[in-house]
Design a protein around this ligand. Structure first.
Ligand SMILES: *[C@@H]1O[C@H](CO)[C@@H](O)[C@H](O)[C@H]1NC(C)=O
Ligand SMILES: *[C@@H]1O[C@H](CO)[C@@H](O)[C@H](O)[C@H]1NC(C)=O
Ligand SMILES: *[C@@H]1O[C@H](CO)[C@@H](O)[C@H](O)[C@H]1NC(C)=O
Length: 373
């Protein structure tokens, strides 16, 4: 972790985490070797977990300062460094997931593939790169892999096997754009809330399709506090702010979406035999990050590090991060928001540690549960 970049308060926070990890590994001598064989991972979602799919798929340029902190070049991730999914992969000592659409650079997908694309939503379902389309891409990936593996013994090890697909972890993180699009089209809170069952139903359909194709292990992230994003705060017409300065109606819609998603996971656990479905409360993690931002060394939790316009949000729709005229802060580690929509690597690292802590998981399950033994 980028300790060198951290504020003293943040440092003490990371030090505490570090110390408890050391203690943990002392108590469990095998902890370091806990994931001998990481699971194959397939991920579906939007920019929160896109590791380069938009750039690979559409050639849309995403340049520096994106990536400046960790990769030191732009990888197509919308952040200064790693995303939550990168930290989750690293926690299992597996390589970072490559975008399915990345056709260059020895496209090896032995550890899985990432279908997430910036801007994706559940609806409308027939346009790239909705959840439905991402799952169709996955089905194509699966049948191609199995076919190629069967053509010669030599190529067998290069492709994911039937077993690999069955034991894989299927991760979904989508819905933020569905809610956001509804508000940005001018829909009211109650109009937006009325659409939520349709968004959730798309996710349910997606999980069932993966199940029908052999998937048994699912890791579902709920959606974060949309109303705390500097972009939304700077653009919303009516500002119904809550005690931490976030848009109450946007957050309330996100919570409504999450309630149904949670309930849907409950239903699917009984409906689909032999499944493990873990629901993660990303909302709670991210909101508490904003509510307790000082504790983590963040100075302005509602202001973007990279953007235009300065205080209070440093966001301007015409001059977004990386575009001509935009400015970027010196220390991303003091900001929750990187570009007004996406989190900084420092914030993502904290979110990841909380996800791994199991305190926000239902049922409480360690991420390394999915390692093959
Ligand atoms: C992580 O993987 C590398 C290479 O695959 C291996 O050398 C190392 O021992 C692994 N570390 C842990 C903690 O499993
Ligand atoms: C692959 O190897 C098995 C035995 O290891 C052999 O029976 C089979 O014919 C081989 N298949 C091909 C396509 O070479
Ligand atoms: C962005 O550009 C449009 C069109 O030029 C303009 O109408 C709008 O006011 C601008 N928005 C901001 C926040 O500057």
């Amino acid at each position: 972790m980028a300790i060198l970049f951290l504020h003293p308060d943040t440092f003490s926070f990371f030090f505490t985490i570090f110390a408890s990890l050391v203690l943990l590994s002392l108590r469990h001598p095998s902890a370091a070797a806990v994931c001998q064989a990481p699971p194959v991972i397939f991920n579906f979602g939007d920019s929160n977990s896109d590791t380069g799919g938009l750039v690979a798929g559409l050639g849309y340029p995403i340049g520096l300062p994106n990536g400046r902190l960790f990769f030191r070049r732009s990888t197509g991730r919308l952040s200064d460094g790693r995303l939550l999914i990168d930290f989750l992969c690293q926690s299992l000592n597996t390589s970072l997931l490559r975008p399915y659409l990345d056709s260059l650079g020895r496209s090896r997908f032995q550890n899985g593939a990432n279908f997430a694309i910036v801007g994706s939503s559940t609806l409308p379902k027939k346009v790239p790169f909705s959840l439905n389309i991402q799952i169709m891409q996955f089905l194509n990936f699966k049948s191609r892999s199995l076919k190629l593996a069967s053509t010669s013994n030599l190529s067998k090890g290069l492709f994911i096997s039937q077993d690999g697909f069955r034991n894989a972890l299927y991760m979904i993180d989508i819905g933020q754009n569905d809610i956001a699009h509804s508000f940005s089209k001018g829909n009211s809170y109650s109009q937006t809330v009325m659409l939520i069952p349709q968004f959730n139903s798309e996710i349910k359909t997606g999980i069932k399709k993966l199940y029908d194709n052999g998937g048994r292990r699912f890791w579902i992230h709920n959606t974060g506090p949309l109303g705390c994003l500097p972009q939304k705060l700077s653009m919303a017409q009516s500002k119904d702010l809550d005690q931490h300065g976030c848009l109450a109606s946007y957050n309330s819609a996100a919570k409504m979406f999450n309630q149904r998603l949670d309930h849907m996971c409950d239903e699917l656990r009984t409906e689909l035999r032999d499944t493990t479905i873990i629901y993660i409360d990303i909302y709670d993690i991210k909101y508490s990050l904003i509510a307790n931002s000082n504790k983590y060394g963040f100075e302005r939790p509602l202001m973007a590090c990279c953007g235009y316009g300065g205080s209070p949000y440093n966001y301007n729709v015409n001059i977004t991060c990386g575009h001509r005229g935009s400015n970027v802060c010196d220390k991303g580690s003091r900001f929750v928001s990187w570009d007004g929509i996406h989190y900084t690597e420092t914030a993502n690292a904290i979110v990841a540690m909380k996800v791994i802590s199991m305190q926000y998981s239902k049922p409480q399950t360690p991420f390394h549960f999915f390692c093959r033994r």
